[in-house]
Structure formats: C-alpha cells, structure tokens
Ligand binder design. Structure first.
Ligand SMILES: Cc1cc2nc3c(=O)[nH]c(=O)nc-3n(C[C@H](O)[C@H](O)[C@H](O)COP(=O)(O)OP(=O)(O)OC[C@H]3O[C@@H](n4cnc5c(N)ncnc54)[C@H](O)[C@@H]3O)c2cc1C
Length: 326
C-alpha cells in the first residue's frame, strides 16, 4: 500500500473551503512520508473541478464520476470511495473535517476495519512516523495519537489546521474514472444540504476580520473597532467575553465554542490569545495583534505584533487607511 488519497468536497455552491486546507495537510503528510498525493473529487460532471484541484500541488487528480454522486448521499459516497480505496490501496486517506465527512467517513473507515482519526489539528513526525494531534478538553490539552492499525489510515483535519496551498503554475495529470457504484445499494435519497442554524454572518467565509477582546474595555468603545472594520472592508468578530457580555451576538464569537475562521487578514484588538480563542483563528493568512502587554500569548502566533494601547493604535490605522483610500 502506498500513496495518499485526499478526498475533496464540493457542494451545490462549489468548493468547500476546507477541501484545500485538507489538501495542504495531505501534501505535508506526503512530504513527511515521501508518498505521492492524489486529489480525488467525487461527484458527477466534476472533471473541470478535478483539473482545478490539479493545480494545487498533488501528484495527480482524479474525478470520480457517477450519476449516483450528483448530490451527496452517505451510502453512495461509501460505495464509490470504498471501491476506489480497495482498488488504489492508499496508505492514507485524508479528508476535511466537514459535516459531510462526519456523516460518511466513519462508516467508510469501518468498511476497512479501521477507525477515523477525526478533527486533527496537525501532526509531527516522531521516529519516522506521523503522530497526529487532536484537541482535548475544549482545547486545553493537545493529545498525540499514533496509528497502530495496518494501512489504510483515515484522518480528517480541522478547519484552519493548514493553510490552503496556492495554485501552482503547472497542473498534475487529471484522470476521469467511473465510480464503481451499484445503484441498487444506494438506498438514501439526498435532500437539501444541511445548513447550520441561520447565522447573521458567516465569519468562516470572510476574507478580513477585525476581532475585539476584553481590552476594548466597554461596549461603547466597540464603535472604534467597527470603524476599523469598515475601513478595512472587514467583518467584526470577538473573543468570548465580549459575546458573553452581550456586546456582540454569539455568531460573532471566534474560538473553540464559536466559529473557526481562516480569513486572509485577522486583526486582534485587545485579545490575550487564550488557546480557546487561538484554535478558532490560527489558520488565518496574516494575523495582526494589538496588545499593550508584550507577553500576551497572541504575539506567539501573530505575523505582525503591535505592543501598544489599542485606543491609540486603532485610530492611527483608521486614519492611514482613510488617507490611502482617499
Ligand atoms: C470551555 C471554554 C470554551 C471557551 N471558548 C472560547 C471561545 O470560543 N472563544 C474565546 O475567545 N474564548 C473562549 N473561552 C475563553 C478563553 O479561555 C479566554 O477567557 C478568552 O478568550 C479571553 O478573552 P480576551 O482575550 O478578550 O480577554 P483577556 O484574556 O482578558 O485579554 C484581554 C487582553 O487585552 C489586553 N488589553 C487590555 N487593555 C488594552 C488596551 N487598551 N490596548 C491593547 N490591549 C489591551 C490585555 O493585555 C489582555 O491581553 C473559552 C473558555 C472555556 C473554559
């Protein structure tokens, strides 16, 4: 057995953003184990999507096609991917930890007598073997786990665990393969895709976020953060105490008990960087932290750190942004 099969996810609206983060995880696993990565797109009429995925660094891309895969149904996915994995015999099967993965991947792994190592935040290599990391006790502890079972090993990666790769100039070869699905074995009828409880804002798809923490001091001071967010064209988000106080609605909370986000730019104003907050935003492309405490843990993950009073720094940023806009 060899090779890494990264299973990418598409919905009616196109790619699931986490697909490319999982692909990044698979590529990193490939670099660690020396095994080639195949990006697999299950669906119907997904050749163009597989060709798109081929530009993101895998050794090969595969459109796994069947009418039964035109809309998601767990048993169709298990049939098609089960047959593919049986034939390809990869060492690793890597998935994004989406709702869809949670639905079908445990049963897919069980078909091979394996468990799914779910919701991993990354891995380290010890003694030449990947050791996967998962959060325990709401992110207070990180557990490290080794597969002791024979391959294939099934792993899903948490949102934001890896940064999505950039599209490269060259594309890997793309194959189109008809999935081996016996329609008689597909008993589920797909319904409208699951949506999370209606949220006023989907922070997970925001490109820029300005997040405020307890350093903002008072509800009335939120206006300053709103102004900075407006100047940057960003969504406003917060750490938990701000939402617990009712200063912003819960759907603006980032962290282990809030949303997981990975915008291109994350500006943290007066946020200390507690692990429960960091797990929800550490996958951001560029993290700018403003905190008056030079020892604040947020600086450990910040790309740019400003040690200072946010009530001086934020107005200065707004002024500069207005100047460059005008
Ligand atoms: C089960 C559980 C789940 C949790 N889930 C989440 C979650 O989803 N999201 C989350 O965010 N938290 C969560 N928490 C809470 C988390 O542990 C922290 O308490 C919280 O993130 C702290 O928020 P904060 O950084 O805004 O506040 P603080 O930790 O109080 O930090 C405030 C920061 O502001 C700085 N500051 C103060 N004044 C200024 C100023 N004028 N200018 C610049 N900097 C200033 C201070 O130096 C300090 O670093 C959870 C906790 C538990 C136990």
């Amino acid at each position: 057995m060899s090779g890494i099969l990264a299973i990418l996810e598409r919905g009616p609206g196109g790619w699931h953003r986490m697909s490319f983060e999982a692909l990044a995880g698979a590529l990193e696993l490939g670099r660690a184990t020396g095994e080639p990565v195949t990006a697999c797109v299950p669906g119907f009429g997904v050749e163009a999507a597989a060709a798109e995925a081929a530009a993101f660094g895998p050794a090969a891309a595969l459109a796994l096609e069947h009418e039964a895969l035109s809309a998601y149904a767990a048993d169709a996915w298990i049939e098609a991917l089960g047959a593919l994995i049986g034939a390809m015999a990869p060492s690793w099967v890597v998935l994004p930890h989406t709702y869809q993965t949670r639905d079908f991947a445990p049963a897919l792994a069980a078909r091979f007598g394996r468990a799914l190592m779910a919701d991993c935040t990354g891995f380290v290599v010890e003694g030449g073997r990947p050791v996967f990391e998962r959060q325990l006790f709401q992110g207070k502890l990180t557990g490290r786990f080794l597969f002791e079972t024979p391959k294939p090993n099934f792993v899903s990666f948490q949102a934001g665990a890896f940064r999505a790769p950039q599209a490269a100039g060259q594309r890997a070869p793309v194959a189109v393969q008809r999935a081996d699905v016996d329609p008689a074995r597909v008993r589920q009828k797909p319904e409208a895709p699951f949506r999370e409880a209606a949220q006023a804002v989907d922070l997970s798809s925001a490109e820029r976020i300005v997040a405020v923490g307890r350093g903002i001091g008072d509800e009335g001071n939120l206006e300053l953060a709103r102004e900075l967010a407006a100047a940057l064209g960003a969504e406003l988000a917060a750490s938990r105490p701000i939402c617990d106080n009712g200063w912003l609605p819960m759907d603006r909370q980032v962290g282990s008990s809030g949303q997981t986000v990975a915008p291109k730019l994350y500006v943290a104003l007066g946020i200390s960087g507690a692990i429960q907050h960091v797990v929800g935003m550490k996958g951001s492309g560029c993290i700018v932290a403003v905190n008056r405490d030079p020892q604040a843990p947020i600086f450990e993950i910040a790309d740019y750190g400003i040690v200072g009073d946010l009530f001086e720094v934020a107005p200065a940023l707004i002024e500069e942004l207005k100047k460059s806009a005008g």
